[in-house]
Design a protein around this ligand. Sequence first.
Ligand SMILES: CCCCCCCC/C=C\CCCCCCCCCCC/C=C/C(=O)SCCNC(=O)CCNC(=O)[C@H](O)C(C)(C)COP(=O)(O)OP(=O)(O)OC[C@H]1O[C@@H](n2cnc3c(N)ncnc32)[C@H](O)[C@@H]1OP(=O)(O)O
Ligand SMILES: Cc1cc2nc3c(=O)[nH]c(=O)nc-3n(C[C@H](O)[C@H](O)[C@H](O)COP(=O)(O)OP(=O)(O)OC[C@H]3O[C@@H](n4cnc5c(N)ncnc54)[C@H](O)[C@@H]3O)c2cc1C
Length: 666
Amino acid sequence: MATVHKINEDLVKERQKCTFNVQELTYLLDGGEEVTKERREFENILRNVKELQDEVPEVYLSHKERYENAVRKTCILQNVRNDFEKKREVLSPRNIFRAGYAVIKDVSPFFLHNGMFVPTIIGQGTPEQQAEWLPKAKAMAIIGTYAQTELGHGTFIRGLETTATYDAKTEEFILNSPKVTSYKWWPGGLGTTVNHCITVAQLYINGKKYGIHPFIVQIRDLETHKPLPGIKVGEIGPKMGFATANNGFLGFQNFRIPRKNMLMKNAQVLKDGTFVKGMNEKLTYGTMVMVRVNIVSDSAFHTAMAATIAVRYAAVRHQSQLKAKEPEVQIIDYLTQQHKLFIAIATSHAFSNTYTWLYQAYLKVVEDLGKQKQDHLPELHALSCCLKATSSRDAGVIVEQCRLACGGHGYMASSNLPIIYGYTTAAITYEGEHTVLLLQTARYLMKAWMSALEGKVLAPSVAYLVDWLKSDKQRWQNTPEVIVKGFQHVAAGKIKDAFDAIQKHVKAGKDYEDAWNLASVQLIKASEAHSRAILCDGYLRETVRTSSSVSPSLAKVLNHLVQLYIVYWTLETAGDLLVYSNIGKDDIAVLKEKYEELLALIRPNAVGLVDAFDISDEILQSTLGSYDGRVYERLMEEAMKSPLNKEPVNQSFHKYLKPFIKKAKL
Ligand SMILES: CCCCCCCC/C=C\CCCCCCCCCCC/C=C/C(=O)SCCNC(=O)CCNC(=O)[C@H](O)C(C)(C)COP(=O)(O)OP(=O)(O)OC[C@H]1O[C@@H](n2cnc3c(N)ncnc32)[C@H](O)[C@@H]1OP(=O)(O)O
Ligand SMILES: Cc1cc2nc3c(=O)[nH]c(=O)nc-3n(C[C@H](O)[C@H](O)[C@H](O)COP(=O)(O)OP(=O)(O)OC[C@H]3O[C@@H](n4cnc5c(N)ncnc54)[C@H](O)[C@@H]3O)c2cc1C
């Protein structure tokens, strides 16, 4: 039977101070009591599966052992999930992803199967293709990944070099990787796990190029798992993080696949080689849009994990004295510590709220596309690009800030903060590199600005440009609503400046493309400002909306958090607000005080707020962040698991140190 330990006294006191019902907030964050119950039930089942508990911490395993252990546990997780879903409803994807962290300490080798392979079959396959592959993929009779990026190209996907040449005689495509730069490089699970993949390749028919399209390709024998003839596949080696994601490379040599393996929901190739264009060639990029939306949710979760670890640790840790002769204080009582940590809590809420409405917008576009309507696609693309870019970047900064807030112990692998950082920082690059996505949004913003100047009606997310053109002289007030308008003024001002900069370069004789490049620093700043305005506006709206349906005590705390988020970013971007809005120096001084007041208001609820994320110890995997706060005991227990502590004298002493010391003559 597991030993039950006493909860750290500081944490007990913190929990007694909490002014709201933690459970109520958990239900709200999960999206309802039923979702929380389902999640907890599944996590409880996993907690009791003995085979999922590691005897040796993963960090001590070799690269190979770590991968093999991850595969072993992923298979058990999948079986437990299947059993669970046989008896009850299908688990929500968010709950599955969350539970996965309790099993695989790093990234699962099946990550891409569930995250992109299955969604691409759904999003890009015809009903017949879905009928053929979806049941097998969902049951994991086939395991797949999404192979798009190549050694030579990740961002500029129109430049991909893998070719798929149609052979009308045999009704097959012939896949080839003509150069080393055309080898697929990065896909998760590709190394040694998957037997299928979605391959994105340049389509050629009768010598003519028709752009990139997705193909479903079997790459390994289902029985022996050996690469099929014409396939060269392997693992790309160790990375900064993603240790068990099993990222791989893949090359083709005259590898033939049947015509039906081109996913043809959008464009089609008929038997005789006739190419039928789709409604919009960019629909081929659909899976990426979906994943970018999901990354906002993922960023909320990583931020919540880091906040939970760092806030609990800050409540347990005592260091230095505030006043001489008084006991050392909990480090959470230093205002600078609160400044580092409470924004982490608020940021997670901001991203969760943003994800809620962004996901609805995504579903609406998918529904519209089913009716051949694509009016809202450009707006969704622009939103998903800048919100993915900003949320992943902010999450990376916040996780690192939480690590630093834990002092030396934050640097321990057993704090789990390094692994969480490895994950979040990867998301800044994958699924569309940060700068590149901001520039995609900037394209949309430049068009929107032009439309605003022409007096056209704009999409809701950029409608503030019209308001700004009509009257930008709103009297400043230090209320969240007016501050959000201020962020919109900053965004509008930066959009105008970037637009004018392009025009200036064009007037000076530059090509539009060169002018764009010359203005691109301003363009990304405009995109960032737009993103911040969207985040603050959406977070505020959602908080106002939910506040009417929760208890007054919870509404009050949610209101403190959203205000903290907005005031934090006002102070961070005060220079921009002074340039582009009517805020004055005196307003900034008042807001500094307001910020300090908000830190004080949130302080008694800090532990309650992270408890409400309801991230179990098995998921957190952190010596510093566990629910019971046994920080020092856990650090010591984990240290004792080091293989170097298993013997009193390590053999290297006899082999090297002893002769070395003996040789040293004073
Ligand atoms: C307490 C909190 C609780 C929270 C609990 C949460 C728990 C967690 C829950 C769920 C989490 C789930 C997370 C799942 C995550 C799964 C992740 C798995 C992925 C991980 C691994 C990574 C995989 C990858 O990286 S795959 C490869 C990705 N690659 C890219 O993204 C490539 C980037 N490049 C591009 O997208 C394009 O090349 C481009 C857009 C940059 C340029 O394309 P191009 O064709 O050249 O187009 P361009 O000329 O620039 O523009 C022409 C017009 O086309 C428009 N356009 C471009 N793209 C799109 C599009 N996608 N849709 C619509 N329109 C598009 C563009 O705007 C232009 O329009 P215009 O009108 O002409 O201006
Ligand atoms: C952990 C991880 C997992 C991944 N998993 C997968 C996967 O499963 N499947 C898959 O297909 N891919 C995957 N990828 C690949 C990923 O999608 C690409 O790395 C990403 O899209 C960036 O492309 P790139 O590497 O070519 O960067 P590059 O485009 O070469 O970027 C290098 C620099 O050039 C700049 N740059 C490039 N183009 C422009 C431009 N137009 N304007 C201004 N600046 C520019 C960038 O801002 C950046 O600073 C993964 C990557 C990582 C790190």
